[in-house]
Write a protein that binds this ligand. Sequence first.
Ligand SMILES: [Zn+2]
Ligand SMILES: [Zn+2]
Ligand SMILES: [Zn+2]
Length: 269
Amino acid sequence: MSAAWELVVLGVMQDGGLPHPGCACDRCDAAADGERQREHVACLGLTDGQRAYLFDATPDLGHQLRLLGAGRPDGIFLTHAHIGHVMGLLYLGREALGARGVPVYATAAMQSFVRDNAPWSSLVEQGRVRLFPNESVDLGGVRVSAFQVPHRPEHSDTVGYRIEGPTRTAIYIPDIDGWDAWETDIRDLVAEVDVALLDATFLSPDEFPHRDPSEIPHPFAIDTMERLADVADRVWLTHLNHTNELLDDPAPATERGFRVAREGERIAL
Ligand SMILES: [Zn+2]
Ligand SMILES: [Zn+2]
Ligand SMILES: [Zn+2]
């Protein structure tokens, strides 16, 4: 008999991580110099103590498997083709894990991206991964379903995931262009679930004194919190950019009843 299913936060950063490449801001310098802990790219694990699944394959996949207590993933659910979400798939290849037949769940467009482009295509050709649709996957006790979200579609479409456990349901949306760009009302969606891990890349336009906020393709967390004030206790903010002050001071979120996700935290399903 296996233990109960739970989600594990395996990283909370935007694709560039902390320290962010090329950045010499105080926070990145502190992480680089060891004065502050480094942070890993946004990723969610799902495990029952025996099987271990990943939501996204980040550049920190090795660390994240270790944190999940898994030697190899039993499956990987991909959200989209930006580097922080797919680059880690390459670690399944001969140079690292040398995996065999790891199920990778993705949309048709995302499957084409992997199948048709080197170096990802060699993972398919060598049988290291097997591609499956992600609309609805029954893992035996947990059902995982993908839903489309609007997000810069350079190489693929983008999805969020709904993860339905025996007693609780969570959604995971690490990247979205904006809540108003979506036909789904995020308030309705969060009202239906127990936990919502949501894109909080930027806290506010103050992070871009020289840019037009309307050109930033993410919802600002201050707007997200206003919108979801009635369901604040269900929301975990994640996918934080290195410029986001919530990394060092969660008060602007916690004072409103929201939570800033931290690596290692677990959510019972
Ligand atoms: Zn991202
Ligand atoms: Zn920085
Ligand atoms: Zn992205």
